[in-house]
Design a protein around this ligand. Structure first.
Ligand code: HXC
Length: 513
């Protein structure tokens, strides 16, 4: 071999040597895959191209540098489901995956290339945060990353996958991205860790209880997806990418569907109970409408009173927002308003039509909600629906009462098509509340208030809430046979294929925060 190539091969061998058996063993013992194994799982076989593999770490005055090439992060690009994706994967075995200047520069390079070429960025995060011995330089490294997160927002999909620690300000890069995945038991995210909590508040809390996947997948809603191990988490990322376009100038990938457009689902005629107060699972309705009954639910265990998911209709990706009568009767509260608003924003950024299935008795009343700002947070949902310009279709399944009727994509705020099932009830409020306000005196004076209330309820349903009134007034486009819901939605989507909507010239809207 020519000497010049011997040198080349020797350099390559040097790199491979750092990934010896001990390296793999150490990470596997923690119940985690290595940075490199994760990257190889993410990309289609043989497609990953590594960038900056040989960079040495920057030297720090406070010591503790390592001789590892790559400075604790594997970066590069390749194909995921046949499409270009950029990724970085932090290597906990090198200084705890901490972010030094070289490490940051490698991530920044990936972010810049992804933005230039219009491809998603996936960050596999397993890091002790800013590298302490590099001081302000490592903090600036985060600043460089955050800036690109913001500049890429709404242009290319950005996905953060937490597979170990994400502590301190380091959590803010994931928070700026579109989706956060967490791996159960091995990942955690917090701004200040258990030690600081103990010091400042004298509270004792475990890492898991403070910021584990069990907390962020349910209570805080920080994590959109939680999977039980590294392999399944990465498979989840690949699945999510299959629903997203590469950038905001493209549509999500269309998959030829074998599910007939005009499939008639007779069971939908009986799925909503006769008793308006009886709950049902809206997911059963979604399954009967979408292609092959398949969907990818977002934030499944957080604010479950609203259901958000990606699915396909005749092969076209749609975002589904549905009130869930099974949880808190499907009322809108602070968490569900924020959850749905965020989902709608993402759909609108990436050209994904929004299908709304509505059964909502109203906003959740109470001092907790009012004091925590339901006015401000509920407005987010109203704003997101109104601001979105993608095709927007609503099907009112049952209740559509009060402000919640308006918020859930009513035609007045810009819904393109509004359908109602014969079971729909559309009004300022439900019969009980309405009768109590309008007929308080009569009920008080009545010899038989129960009979009077029954009569008034019947009359109210006939004269005020029934969907044919909204249909005749044009607030609903059509009262439809539930069995034909899939067909109606797909036909409407085709009609809206070339929808364009212009907004007044402005820097950007001032979304209520
Ligand atoms: C340099 C670090 C490091 C860091 C960990 N290490 N974090 N080195 N800078 N930030 C090194 C450790 O010294 C150790 O090296 C190795 O990584 C593994 O760490 P351990 O502590 O042994 O592992 P473990 O017990 O699993 O604990 C992991 C950990 C802990 C919870 C992440 O290391 C930790 O608390 N690190 C500091 C977290 C933190 O406060 N970071 C700053 C956040 S602020 P050796 O040589 O012993 O193997 C921040 C600002 C962002 O990030 C700016 C945005 C606004």
């Amino acid at each position: 071999m020519r000497k010049i190539y011997e040198q080349f091969v020797a350099r390559e061998n040097l790199l491979n040597k750092q990934y010896d058996e001990a390296y793999y063993k150490k990470q596997h013992q923690r119940g985690k895959l290595t940075a490199r194994e994760r990257i190889l799982l993410l990309f289609d076989e043989g497609t990953f191209e590594e960038t900056d593999a040989y960079t040495p770490p920057a030297t720090a005055s406070f010591g503790k540098t390592v001789e590892a090439f790559g400075d604790g992060v594997v970066t590069g690009f390749g194909s995921v489901n046949g499409r270009l994706v950029y990724a970085f994967s932090q290597d906990f075995s090198v200084l705890g995956g901490s972010l030094g200047t070289v490490h940051a520069a490698k991530i920044v390079k990936i972010q810049d290339m992804a933005l230039k070429t219009g491809a998603p960025v996936v960050g596999l995060i397993d890091s002790g945060g800013a590298r302490i011995q590099e001081g302000v330089s490592s903090l600036n490294g985060y600043a460089d990353i955050f800036k690109r997160n913001v500049m890429s927002s709404g242009v290319i999909p950005q996905i953060s996958v937490i597979m170990g620690p994400a502590a301190g300000g380091a959590v803010y890069s994931p928070a700026l991205t579109d989706f956060i995945f967490m791996t159960a038991d091995t990942s955690y995210m917090f701004v200040t860790g258990p030690n600081v909590v103990k010091e400042v508040l004298n509270e004792t809390v475990s890492t898991e209880d403070l910021g584990g996947a069990s907390v962020h997948g349910t209570k805080s809603g920080v994590a959109d997806f939680v999977y039980n191990d590294d392999e399944n988490t990465i498979l989840g990322v690949k699945k999510l990418l299959s629903y997203l376009p590469s950038n905001n100038m493209e549509n999500p990938p269309l998959i030829q569907s074998e599910d007939p457009v005009s499939r008639v689902e007779e069971s939908l005629r009986n799925i909503v109970p006769d008793d308006p107060d009886k709950p049902y699972d809206v997911k059963d309705i979604v399954r009967l409408i979408v292609d092959k009954g398949e969907f990818l639910e977002v934030a499944e265990n957080h604010a479950a009173n609203i259901f958000t998911a990606f699915a396909r209709l005749d092969g076209q990706v749609v975002g589904i927002v549905a009130n869930q009568p099974k949880v808190m009767a499907g009322t809108l509260d602070i968490d569900s308003s924020i959850k749905a608003a965020r989902f709608i924003n993402i759909c609108d950024s990436f050209n994904i039509p929004i299908i709304t299935l509505e059964d909502v008795p109203g906003f959740l009343p109470g001092t907790d909600q009012e004091h925590d700002g339901i006015i401000r947070h509920g407005a987010k949902l109203l704003y997101a629906y109104t601001y979105a310009t993608v095709p927007k279709i609503t099907v009112i399944l049952r209740k559509a009462y009060g402000g919640a009727y308006i918020v859930m994509n009513s035609k007045g705020i810009g819904g393109d098509f509004s359908f109602a099932w014969p079971t729909a009830e559309i009004a300022v409020m439900g019969p009980d509340g309405a009768i109590a306000i309008l007929y308080r005196k009569e009920l008080k004076e009545s010899e038989n208030p129960t009979v009077l209330k029954k009569e008034l309820t019947q009359k109210y349903r006939e004269e005020v809430t029934n969907p044919y009134i909204a249909d005749e007034k044009g607030f609903v486009d059509e009262v439809i046979d539930p069995a034909l819901t899939r067909h109606k939605i797909i036909r409407s989507l085709k009609t809206l294929e070339r929808k364009t909507e212009y907004k007044p010239k402005r820097k950007h809207g001032n979304m209520p925060l």
